[in-house]
Design a protein around this ligand. Structure first.
Ligand code: PLP
Ligand code: CA
Length: 305
């Protein structure tokens, strides 16, 4: 198996790498920052790429935040970026529902298992939704709920889609609602299926782990709209019109970011070691998945040479 090329301190090697691409797709957490900690030389590296005329797109699987929320995060960390350059899994799901699925109203209503980022992006695409942050669902299930769910009186007949993302208030009542909609034929979508959610100190259950009870209950997988789903790649390409052979995906996770770039037949993939993956995961025998980036570097700032 081809081993990835290490990009470090060698200006000739880095310039050759940069010259190969016109567009860079950036994963955010683990590449630009970890939580609220900005990695070294990130703003300078992005500035260098912009000065060379490269197109930048920030592609995140974080469904809890909208593109507007991300813009605020870029501003807070003093990284120049435009809201139009951000493409998150919530936005990807909203665009897929409104522009590709196009279920006829009123059956286009979405039951959301997730946070406000999903609600905001559905609203910008004029997709009706229920669930989500609705406080009425933030309680224990009661015996009468089982009755009302079973006879359908607690359900909205217009729901045609269940969209699962990371929900910090997930509970049995919400799962029971989602499951009943799925049983009645609603489409099963997920913003992303990341198994874990990294923060600066550890890993926590990710969106995939929150939606997993529904997968077990209904016995099928959702269509995921985040990395590595090619539905997301197609949606990004539809908006930014890049040449895949001259595009590089930069990420910190093999089974989302690097897989996304490889399946999308991009010209290159770069794994940075500032996030969740270690060198042993892809060097030598690797982690057994066979997902190997074309390049790797210790951190994004190393592209400064
Ligand atoms: N999902 C959630 C809820 C997150 O908070 C994060 C990282 O902050 C992610 C997914 C992964 O995001 P990214 O694709 O930018 O690494
Ligand atoms: Ca990441």
């Amino acid at each position: 198996m081809a081993q990835p090329k290490y990009l470090t301190g060698d200006n000739a090697g880095i310039n050759e790498f940069l010259d190969k691409f016109d567009t860079f797709l950036f994963d955010c957490d683990g590449v630009l920052w970890s939580g609220d900690h900005l990695f070294p030389k990130v703003a300078e590296t992005l500035e260098l790429l912009r000065s060379k005329g490269k197109q930048l797109v920030f592609v995140t699987n974080n469904s809890t935040k909208s593109r507007e929320d991300y813009k605020k995060k870029f501003d807070k960390l003093n990284i120049p970026a435009k809201v139009e350059e951000v493409f998150g899994s919530s936005y990807s799901a909203a665009v897929y529902i409104s522009r590709i699925l196009k279920l006829p109203a009123p059956k286009n209503k979405v039951f959301v298992l997730g946070e406000s980022g999903i609600e905001q992006e559905l609203a910008t695409e004029n997709v009706p939704f229920i669930g989500g942050t609705d406080s009425a669902l933030r309680r224990d299930i009661e015996p009468e709920d089982f009755t009302a769910l079973a006879d359908g009186s607690a359900l909205d007949p217009d729901v045609g889609i269940v969209l699962a993302g990371l929900d910090f208030h997930v509970n049995y009542l919400k799962l029971a609602h989602a499951f009943q909609y799925l049983r009645r034929g609603a489409m099963f979508l997920a913003t992303n299926t990341d198994s874990t959610l990294p923060n600066a100190r550890s890993l926590f259950p990710g969106a995939g782990s929150v939606g997993a009870p529904l997968v077990t209950a209904i016995g099928k997988q959702p269509l995921a709209l985040g990395k590595p789903s090619q539905a997301m790649m197609d949606a990004i390409e539809g908006k930014f019109h890049f040449d895949r052979s001259r595009t590089c995906m930069i990420g910190d996770r093999l089974n989302t970011d690097i897989q996304f770039g490889i399946e999308g037949k991009l010209g290159g993939t770069l794994l940075v070691l500032s996030g969740v993956c270690k060198k042993e995961d892809f060097m030598g025998a690797g982690d057994g998945t066979g997902v190997v980036p074309a390049y790797y570097a210790d951190g994004l700032g190393d592209l400064m040479g």
